[in-house]
Design a protein around this ligand. Structure first.
Ligand SMILES: [Fe+2]
Length: 214
Protein backbone atom coordinates (compact mmCIF):
# COMPACT_ATOMS: atom_id res chain seq x y z
CA UNK A 1 0.00 0.00 0.00
CA UNK A 2 1.07 3.55 -0.57
CA UNK A 3 0.60 5.62 2.54
CA UNK A 4 -1.26 8.87 1.95
CA UNK A 5 -1.90 12.11 3.80
CA UNK A 6 -5.33 11.95 5.51
CA UNK A 7 -7.76 14.86 5.27
CA UNK A 8 -8.01 17.00 8.39
CA UNK A 9 -11.79 16.86 8.28
CA UNK A 10 -12.02 20.59 9.09
CA UNK A 11 -10.70 23.90 7.80
CA UNK A 12 -7.18 25.08 8.57
CA UNK A 13 -8.63 28.05 10.48
CA UNK A 14 -11.08 25.93 12.52
CA UNK A 15 -8.94 26.04 15.67
CA UNK A 16 -8.29 29.79 15.67
CA UNK A 17 -7.26 31.59 17.78
CA UNK A 18 -5.81 28.72 19.81
CA UNK A 19 -3.91 27.11 16.95
CA UNK A 20 -3.48 29.44 14.00
CA UNK A 21 -4.37 28.76 10.38
CA UNK A 22 -0.85 29.14 9.03
CA UNK A 23 0.59 26.66 11.53
CA UNK A 24 -2.13 24.12 10.75
CA UNK A 25 -1.64 24.48 6.99
CA UNK A 26 2.16 24.07 7.08
CA UNK A 27 2.01 21.38 9.76
CA UNK A 28 -0.41 19.28 7.72
CA UNK A 29 0.68 19.90 4.12
CA UNK A 30 4.44 20.11 4.67
CA UNK A 31 5.50 18.35 7.87
CA UNK A 32 2.96 15.53 7.88
CA UNK A 33 3.28 15.09 4.10
CA UNK A 34 7.05 14.74 4.50
CA UNK A 35 6.61 11.89 7.01
CA UNK A 36 4.26 10.13 4.57
CA UNK A 37 6.66 10.55 1.64
CA UNK A 38 9.68 9.39 3.61
CA UNK A 39 7.79 6.38 4.97
CA UNK A 40 6.84 5.35 1.42
CA UNK A 41 10.43 5.82 0.29
CA UNK A 42 11.78 3.77 3.21
CA UNK A 43 9.44 0.86 2.44
CA UNK A 44 10.32 0.70 -1.26
CA UNK A 45 12.81 -2.14 -0.85
CA UNK A 46 10.71 -4.09 1.65
CA UNK A 47 7.76 -5.59 -0.28
CA UNK A 48 6.91 -7.97 2.56
CA UNK A 49 5.79 -5.17 4.84
CA UNK A 50 4.27 -2.85 2.25
CA UNK A 51 0.77 -4.22 2.91
CA UNK A 52 0.78 -3.25 6.57
CA UNK A 53 -0.90 -0.14 7.92
CA UNK A 54 1.30 2.51 9.52
CA UNK A 55 -0.21 1.58 12.92
CA UNK A 56 0.70 -2.07 12.40
CA UNK A 57 4.25 -1.08 11.43
CA UNK A 58 4.92 1.04 14.52
CA UNK A 59 3.13 -1.40 16.86
CA UNK A 60 5.36 -4.23 15.64
CA UNK A 61 8.47 -2.12 15.08
CA UNK A 62 10.88 -4.61 16.64
CA UNK A 63 9.74 -7.41 14.35
CA UNK A 64 10.56 -5.43 11.18
CA UNK A 65 13.83 -5.86 9.27
CA UNK A 66 16.54 -4.05 11.26
CA UNK A 67 17.55 -1.83 8.31
CA UNK A 68 14.11 -0.21 8.17
CA UNK A 69 13.27 0.12 11.88
CA UNK A 70 14.71 3.59 12.39
CA UNK A 71 12.96 5.01 9.31
CA UNK A 72 9.64 3.46 10.39
CA UNK A 73 10.05 4.78 13.94
CA UNK A 74 10.66 8.30 12.64
CA UNK A 75 8.46 8.56 9.56
CA UNK A 76 5.90 5.85 10.30
CA UNK A 77 5.64 7.27 13.81
CA UNK A 78 5.37 10.78 12.40
CA UNK A 79 2.54 9.67 10.13
CA UNK A 80 0.65 7.79 12.86
CA UNK A 81 1.13 10.47 15.52
CA UNK A 82 -0.02 13.32 13.27
CA UNK A 83 -3.01 11.39 11.90
CA UNK A 84 -4.02 10.81 15.52
CA UNK A 85 -3.38 14.43 16.53
CA UNK A 86 -5.65 15.98 13.86
CA UNK A 87 -8.53 13.84 15.07
CA UNK A 88 -8.40 14.88 18.69
CA UNK A 89 -8.55 18.60 17.92
CA UNK A 90 -11.87 20.46 17.86
CA UNK A 91 -13.17 23.64 19.39
CA UNK A 92 -16.07 23.87 21.83
CA UNK A 93 -16.38 20.22 22.76
CA UNK A 94 -17.77 19.64 26.22
CA UNK A 95 -15.41 17.98 28.67
CA UNK A 96 -17.50 14.92 29.42
CA UNK A 97 -17.78 11.20 29.02
CA UNK A 98 -16.40 8.03 30.59
CA UNK A 99 -12.82 9.13 29.97
CA UNK A 100 -13.36 12.33 31.97
CA UNK A 101 -14.83 10.26 34.82
CA UNK A 102 -11.80 7.95 34.69
CA UNK A 103 -9.41 10.93 34.61
CA UNK A 104 -11.13 12.44 37.66
CA UNK A 105 -10.87 9.14 39.51
CA UNK A 106 -7.21 8.60 38.66
CA UNK A 107 -5.83 12.16 38.99
CA UNK A 108 -8.32 13.51 41.61
CA UNK A 109 -9.60 16.19 39.23
CA UNK A 110 -9.38 17.19 35.58
CA UNK A 111 -7.40 20.28 36.63
CA UNK A 112 -4.83 18.11 38.40
CA UNK A 113 -4.62 15.92 35.31
CA UNK A 114 -4.02 19.01 33.17
CA UNK A 115 -1.24 20.14 35.53
CA UNK A 116 0.56 16.81 35.27
CA UNK A 117 0.03 16.54 31.51
CA UNK A 118 1.33 20.11 31.08
CA UNK A 119 4.42 19.34 33.17
CA UNK A 120 5.13 16.30 30.99
CA UNK A 121 4.74 18.40 27.82
CA UNK A 122 6.98 21.18 29.14
CA UNK A 123 9.66 18.81 30.43
CA UNK A 124 10.02 17.00 27.11
CA UNK A 125 13.50 18.13 26.18
CA UNK A 126 13.80 18.96 22.50
CA UNK A 127 11.15 17.50 20.22
CA UNK A 128 8.48 14.98 21.05
CA UNK A 129 5.03 14.40 22.43
CA UNK A 130 3.12 14.15 25.70
CA UNK A 131 0.33 11.60 25.87
CA UNK A 132 -2.50 10.26 27.94
CA UNK A 133 -2.43 6.54 27.26
CA UNK A 134 -4.10 3.39 28.41
CA UNK A 135 -1.29 1.12 29.55
CA UNK A 136 -2.18 -2.35 30.79
CA UNK A 137 -5.72 -1.11 31.35
CA UNK A 138 -4.63 1.95 33.38
CA UNK A 139 -4.53 5.65 32.53
CA UNK A 140 -1.00 7.04 32.42
CA UNK A 141 0.66 10.29 31.34
CA UNK A 142 3.78 9.61 29.30
CA UNK A 143 6.11 11.38 26.91
CA UNK A 144 7.90 10.12 23.81
CA UNK A 145 10.93 11.60 22.06
CA UNK A 146 10.89 12.69 18.43
CA UNK A 147 8.24 10.63 16.60
CA UNK A 148 8.21 7.52 18.73
CA UNK A 149 4.65 6.26 19.09
CA UNK A 150 3.24 4.91 22.38
CA UNK A 151 1.98 1.98 20.27
CA UNK A 152 5.58 0.71 20.02
CA UNK A 153 5.59 0.40 23.84
CA UNK A 154 2.28 -1.43 23.90
CA UNK A 155 0.38 1.67 25.07
CA UNK A 156 -2.80 2.96 23.46
CA UNK A 157 -2.86 6.74 22.96
CA UNK A 158 -6.07 8.50 24.02
CA UNK A 159 -4.90 12.13 23.88
CA UNK A 160 -1.62 13.61 22.71
CA UNK A 161 0.10 16.91 22.11
CA UNK A 162 2.81 17.56 19.56
CA UNK A 163 5.48 19.69 21.25
CA UNK A 164 7.84 19.93 18.30
CA UNK A 165 8.53 23.63 17.68
CA UNK A 166 6.90 23.29 14.23
CA UNK A 167 3.60 22.77 16.07
CA UNK A 168 3.57 26.17 17.75
CA UNK A 169 6.54 28.40 16.93
CA UNK A 170 4.80 30.70 14.43
CA UNK A 171 2.26 31.90 16.95
CA UNK A 172 3.78 31.17 20.35
CA UNK A 173 7.52 31.42 19.52
CA UNK A 174 9.43 29.96 22.51
CA UNK A 175 6.37 30.03 24.78
CA UNK A 176 5.53 26.34 24.79
CA UNK A 177 3.54 26.75 28.03
CA UNK A 178 1.08 29.12 26.31
CA UNK A 179 0.62 26.67 23.47
CA UNK A 180 -0.05 23.79 25.88
CA UNK A 181 -2.60 25.91 27.77
CA UNK A 182 -4.31 26.82 24.47
CA UNK A 183 -4.34 23.15 23.43
CA UNK A 184 -6.80 22.37 26.22
CA UNK A 185 -9.32 24.69 24.54
CA UNK A 186 -9.32 22.55 21.41
CA UNK A 187 -9.44 19.01 22.78
CA UNK A 188 -12.09 16.91 21.08
CA UNK A 189 -13.24 15.06 24.19
CA UNK A 190 -15.75 13.04 22.17
CA UNK A 191 -12.92 11.55 20.15
CA UNK A 192 -10.75 11.00 23.25
CA UNK A 193 -13.69 9.19 24.79
CA UNK A 194 -14.07 7.05 21.69
CA UNK A 195 -10.40 6.03 21.93
CA UNK A 196 -10.88 5.27 25.63
CA UNK A 197 -13.98 3.10 25.14
CA UNK A 198 -12.32 1.18 22.31
CA UNK A 199 -9.06 0.65 24.20
CA UNK A 200 -10.91 -0.52 27.31
CA UNK A 201 -13.00 -2.98 25.31
CA UNK A 202 -9.83 -4.39 23.75
CA UNK A 203 -8.17 -4.68 27.13
CA UNK A 204 -11.07 -6.44 28.85
CA UNK A 205 -10.38 -10.15 28.52
CA UNK A 206 -13.26 -12.05 26.99
CA UNK A 207 -14.36 -14.90 29.24
CA UNK A 208 -13.30 -18.32 28.06
CA UNK A 209 -16.19 -20.30 26.60
CA UNK A 210 -17.65 -22.87 28.94
CA UNK A 211 -16.34 -26.38 28.42
CA UNK A 212 -18.85 -28.55 26.59
CA UNK A 213 -20.69 -30.99 28.83
CA UNK A 214 -19.64 -34.58 28.42
FE1 LIG B 1 4.20 17.87 14.20
Amino acid sequence: MTHTLPQLGYEYNALEPFIDEQTMRVHHTKHHQAYVDKLNAALQNFPDIQGKTAEELVTNLKSLPKEVQEAVENHGGGHVNHSFFWQILKKDVQQAGAVVDAITKKFKSVDKFKEQFTAKALNRFGSGWAWLVLSKGKLKIVSTANQESPLTKGQTPLLGIDVWEHAYYKKYEWRRAEYVAAFFSVVNWEKVNEHFEKAKAQHTPTPAPAAPKQ
